[in-house]
Design a protein. Structure first.
Length: 486
């Protein structure tokens, strides 16, 4: 029997954050290093990033080990102690911003320990075509106070939360964590999309762990996909599917992003990064972009299809530096076009060498014309200055991600135009700089009118209002939400 949360009209406090509702805030990038440290200390309210030992300095100020720390799959840990750390292309004229409405808080009011934990991040949103039924998702650190991590708060277990609205976002119900099916506990990195065939059905993807073994060394199990729908003035999650590498636990999945076709078909796509096991199992690769696909609204899944293979330069286990050099590939996002077309965008770079890490990256796009069964050779959309070493002031990690996004216009004079958005540091920024970087970041937009074969020169939707090295307040949001006239 599916868990159902009944809707009752309630007043939600308003807060002043840019956008129509709180969901308009930028998705917080996941750490490029992926070494998130969680703690059950009452002093902590969110993930803390620890500088790898390979980059700690000796008393004389020199590096103890110059081998660059590479990205890899996420890890889930609970610590009893708390350790805090100090914190291009052509332009176009800026156009006036459209009028937007008042912001509305989606989640319940946050409470500090021991009544709760402060921290909701990595937001996701999807809406039905009627514009009234909306589902939102986010990372929810408060899940660490519930089973199986602790027994302080009641409620469904999980590190991802969701909320829903049936009045176009005027009021919201915080649903907590999705129900636990088949021992698959949500573990963050949420994404949402609605079914293209059933207008009131939604998909919710997350990293997942087994609630009986949450700290298993092979975290995560893979990507969980909850399916749910609006009914009886409420919303219910009905079941879950697990997308797991055929070579698990040798290979580890990360950053799953969903896209359902909106052409009346039952097609759904999931793009992700596979950190493949290399060097005899003692290390992971630099990221392989893969796609899974469903033809029956997520009931069954086929895959994986390799969109872009891993490029680890040293893979011989007999070589001591096996796995130390390679081209990082991460943060894929799919979108469905017309007639079985599927586009996947991702970032490639920086390049990791024993001598150091590059400051550049590339935005890549590949397309399929057979529903994701095969893909063409990737197209380089742009070369950028990576923001890997450019976290904003006050950010709790030492690295960022280059996260591009892609969308397709479904109505209007430019129907089926494919849009891509991404950001770039204004000037090159070294990997793990010694001091806080103040380099600004700019957002760019490009589009294709020939089904992704060629792309326009990236342009700046808004002018860069900050000097290159004046105030790094973080990358602008590159979120694209399509479906209306463009």
């Amino acid at each position: 029997m599916p868990n159902s949360i009944k809707f009752s009209r309630i007043s939600i406090a308003l807060i002043l954050i840019s956008g129509v509702i709180v969901l308009s805030q930028a998705t917080r990038p996941h750490s490029a290093h992926q070494d998130d440290q969680f703690t059950n200390s009452p002093l902590v309210s969110a993930a803390l990033y620890k500088v790898p030992d390979s980059f700690r300095q000796s008393p004389d100020g020199s590096k103890q080990n110059k081998r660059p720390t590479k990205p890899g799959p996420p890890r889930l840990e609970m610590k009893k102690s708390l350790q805090r750390l100090p914190s291009g292309p052509s332009s176009m004229h800026a156009t006036p911003f459209p009028e937007i409405g008042t912001n509305i808080r989606v989640n319940d009011p946050q409470r500090p320990y021991p009544d709760g934990l402060l921290g909701r991040s990595e937001t996701a949103i999807a809406a039905a075509s009627n514009g009234r039924d909306i589902v939102a998702g986010w990372n929810d650190v408060e899940g660490f106070l519930r089973a199986p991590f602790a027994d302080i708060l009641p409620g469904p277990p999980g590190l991802s939360g969701f909320g829903f609205s049936t009045d176009g976002g005027e009021t919201w119900i915080d649903g907590g964590a999705p129900p636990l099916f088949d021992h698959l506990l949500t573990a963050g990195d949420p994404w949402l999309d609605r079914d293209g065939a059933a207008e009131n059905s939604f998909f919710f993807s997350n990293l997942t762990v087994d609630d009986r073994r949450p700290f298993d060394s092979s975290f995560p199990l893979g990507i969980s996909i909850h399916r749910g729908q609006f009914r009886d003035n409420g919303f219910a999650w009905e079941d879950v599917r697990l997308i797991q590498s055929p070579d698990y636990p040798r290979d580890i999945y990360d950053k799953g992003v969903l896209a359902a076709a909106k052409d009346g078909s039952n097609d759904v796509y999931l793009a992700l990064t596979n950190f493949i096991g290399i060097c005899g199992g003692r290390d992971f690769g630099f990221g392989q972009i893969e796609l899974w696909r469903s033809r029956d609204s997520g009931e069954t899944w086929r895959g994986p299809v390799v969109v872009s293979p891993d490029e680890t330069f040293i893979t011989d286990p007999a070589i001591p530096d096996c796995g130390a050099e390679g081209l990082r590939k991460h943060n894929p996002m799919p979108v469905a076009g017309s007639n079985g077309e599927v586009y996947v965008i991702w970032s490639e770079g920086p390049t990791y060498r024993l001598a150091g890490v590059s400051t550049d990256a590339e935005i890549m796009v590949a397309r399929s014309v057979d529903g994701g069964a095969t893909f063409s050779a990737p197209v380089r959309l742009a070369s950028i200055n990576s923001v890997t070493g450019n976290p904003p002031v006050g950010y709790d990690r030492t690295v960022l991600d280059d996260i591009p996004e892609i969308a397709v216009a479904r109505t209007g004079p430019h129907r089926w135009r494919v849009f891509a958005a991404f950001y770039s540091a204004v000037t090159p920024v070294p990997f793990l700089p010694e001091e806080q970087s103040l380099v600004s970041t700019q957002i760019f937009l490009s589009y294709s009118d020939n089904h992704g074969l060629t792309w326009t020169t990236p342009t700046e939707p808004v002018s860069n209002v900050r000097p290159p090295e004046s105030n790094n307040s973080g990358p602008p949001s590159a979120r694209l939400i399509m479906g209306t006239s463009i």
